[in-house]
Design a protein around this ligand. Structure first.
Ligand SMILES: Nc1ncnc2c1ncn2[C@@H]1O[C@H](COP(=O)(O)OP(=O)(O)OP(=O)(O)O)[C@@H](O)[C@H]1O
Length: 277
């Protein structure tokens, strides 16, 4: 028998009360070294699925196994050593610095009343540095921009040293440079052996940085496979209801990869480019 998948979801269904929105019969397994991008329109159920994977929502039926263990058998600290989560956005009413927030990622590794020590703070600083934000270490978390906060929360997740990373739109608030740098780190983490599940509204993220894409609509998984097979112009056009073209772009010589694929919207018929003044 092969090793258990890092995350194995089988026949999972969940609904927000009677007549509320639902996800239905979702099965998904994501293994070490995979970056799995969850794509789908607003309200498709992506965050709901992530919250079920984290044990924050209790499914009506089906199971979630984390590194071979049923999630219901894992105590919160055990779960936190296995899975780190970066939510869409968070603030803090308390006067924590960015470094304080990042150090909180050590909590599942500390004793009950143990405070983080110098080594924990050094480790957290190293992760802030990996994401290019060491300069923010002593700034108040509450006073950071949305994008800066997002990077600090990602640093906290890295400090947690969990094998599984669950990222809800991790680049939504980032400028272009930070978006690309963050996705490079995500791909690097998968190469190091992590399993990453991330939601995104950018199909190009799946095409360029992931090796697995899952498309969701109305609470159902409608496609699951390698991004080259799943993230096609036809599928995206159907999923988002707008015409989209997926194409390969040849990179200049000197790069590891010769081609990356990306997607572009097809302009409305008879639309000329806008004139510049
Ligand atoms: N706490 C809640 N109570 C009731 N309904 C909810 C709750 N949270 C989400 N929903 C509904 O469930 C559906 C799926 O929401 P979810 O946040 O999972 O979608 P999503 O795919 O992550 O969307 P987005 O891309 O906009 O973040 C939505 O219609 C939403 O209104």
């Amino acid at each position: 028998m092969s090793d258990p998948a890092d995350v194995e979801v089988t026949g999972l269904s969940f609904g927000y009360g009677r007549g509320g929105h639902r996800i239905t019969d979702v099965s998904l397994s994501v293994r070490s070294t995979e970056v799995c991008c969850l794509l789908g329109p607003n309200g498709a159920g992506k965050t709901t699925l992530l919250r079920c994977l984290l044990g924050l929502l209790r499914p009506e039926s089906g199971s979630v196994r984390i590194t071979g263990r049923d999630i219901d058998t894992l105590a919160p600290r055990e779960l936190a050593r296995r899975v780190a989560y970066v939510p869409q956005s968070t603030s803090s009413p308390f006067p924590f610095t960015a470094l304080d927030i990042a150090v909180m990622g050590r909590t599942p590794h500390l004793g009950l009343l143990e405070a983080p020590g110098a080594a924990d703070r050094r480790g957290a600083l190293a992760q802030l540095d990996r994401l290019g934000i060491a300069r923010l270490a002593d700034r108040s978390f509450a006073a950071l921009s949305g994008g800066e906060r997002q990077l600090v929360l990602l640093a906290r997740a890295l400090v947690q040293e969990a094998a599984i990373l669950i990222l809800d739109e991790p680049t939504a608030a980032l400028d272009y440079g930070n978006e690309v740098r963050t996705l490079h780190v995500v791909a690097e983490l998968a190469r190091e052996g992590h399993a990453v599940i991330m939601t995104t509204h950018q199909p190009s993220h799946a095409l360029t940085y992931s090796n697995r894409a899952v498309l969701m609509r109305d609470g159902l998984v409608i496609a699951d496979g390698h991004p080259d097979d799943v993230v096609t112009g036809e599928r995206l056009s159907d999923l988002y209801g707008v015409p989209v073209h997926v194409t390969g772009v040849t990179l200049p010589p000197g790069h590891d990869r010769r081609e990356v694929r990306t997607c572009v919207p097809i302009p409305a018929p008879h639309s000329a480019p806008l004139l510049s003044h």
